[in-house]
Design a protein around this ligand. Structure first.
Ligand SMILES: NC(=O)c1ccc[n+]([C@@H]2O[C@H](COP(=O)([O-])OP(=O)(O)OC[C@H]3O[C@@H](n4cnc5c(N)ncnc54)[C@H](OP(=O)(O)O)[C@@H]3O)[C@@H](O)[C@H]2O)c1
Length: 297
């Protein structure tokens, strides 16, 4: 799809990170933007910046997307204001920390409300119009956690796998309509995500895992899997702009990520062995973290 001043894009989770960076890149192409997130102040700041960078029009629409009625009403407002909707970017999301047996029911539900149910509600709201237009794109930001597992985050991993399944099913329903469903699979990206995880910030656990897994790999003489390196939200957003212009079912954004996912799909047991040092280090770090929290409380 060519991005121009007549292109209308709705982005959820536009107040920070990947959503913010994407909004600003699309603004530079002159698009009309409907920006959604809960923090009104941050959203307004992004909207001002987007106007400065050349957006044809911007609506800052504070909303908690777990409120289905409010979310769908706001999508309706964008449709009325701009007359069309070309792209919905289902980007809002967050993780949590917790092994399965430690995950409270309310964390499981809140992770699924944002990372899964809202995808459905957003898509359901834009699809009638997009089908009538005979064109449109629904882009869902899943994660590498949508195709390979990592420990201490099972609710998120399950939710991001669901996001991949949702996109695949939606693609099959959209065959021949002119509307595309696409999924993006980022790996580690330097955003607020790592500090916004439910149950506490996940970064110290990742850092412990990275360092300790090197020692464990040496002790066990295992050649560790090569993990994707960190990228900036701008790096990821730039690739999403390219995806809009050159649609494809899946976008792997990080170097080494597609290879890792393919290896896991083709030889799960072999790849699990290569990931073992990371997983053992994760469990060690997680147990330490839990002990420290118990001591503090
Ligand atoms: N960063 C990574 O390493 C990484 C890796 C793979 C995938 N991802 C995925 O990439 C997407 C973007 O995350 P990010 O890294 O850019 O993190 P981020 O900076 O924390 O951004 C998350 C966005 O989601 C919004 N959000 C969260 N809950 C919401 C709710 N209930 N209603 C409305 N908006 C909500 C937040 O805005 P408010 O707080 O203002 O509502 C924020 O704008 C997420 O789906 C994430 O899971 C991230």
């Amino acid at each position: 799809m060519t991005i121009s001043e007549s292109t209308v894009v709705i982005i959820t989770g536009a107040s920070s990170g990947i959503g913010r960076a994407l909004a600003l890149y699309l603004a530079e192409r002159g698009a009309r933007l409907g920006l959604i997130a809960r923090r009104a102040e941050k959203l307004n700041e992004v909207a001002w910046e987007a106007m400065k960078r050349g957006a044809a029009d911007v609506l800052a629409l504070p909303c908690d997307i777990t409120d289905r009625e409010a979310f769908q009403r706001i999508i309706g407002e964008v449709q009325v204001a701009f007359g069309r909707i070309d792209i919905l970017v289902n980007n809002a999301g967050f993780g949590h920390i917790g092994y399965v047996e430690d995950t409270p029911q309310e964390h499981l539900e809140s992770v699924f409300h944002v990372n899964v149910f809202a995808l459905w509600h957003g898509a359901a709201a834009v699809l009638p119009l997009m089908k009538e237009q005979g064109s449109g794109q629904i882009i869902t930001i899943s994660s590498m956690a949508g195709v390979i597992p990592f420990p201490a985050n099972a609710a998120y991993v399950a939710a991001k796998h669901a996001a991949v399944g949702f996109t695949r099913a939606l693609r099959s329903e959209l065959a021949g309509t002119g509307v595309e469903a696409m999924v993006v699979l980022p790996a580690g990206t330097m955003t607020e995500w790592a500090s916004a995880t439910e149950g506490g910030p996940i970064l110290p656990l990742f850092e412990y895992e990275n360092e300790r897994s090197v020692e464990i790999a040496e002790e066990l003489s295992i050649e560790k899997a090569v993990m994707p390196s960190l990228l900036s939200p701008e790096d990821v957003a730039e690739q999403i702009v390219d995806l809009i212009e050159h649609p494809a079912p899946v976008l792997y954004t990080h170097p080494n990520s597609e290879e890792l996912a393919q290896r896991f799909a083709e030889d799960q047991v072999g790849t699990e062995y290569q990931l073992l040092p990371s997983w053992l280090a994760n469990r060690e770090g997680y147990l330490r973290m839990r002990k420290e929290l118990r001591v503090k409380s």
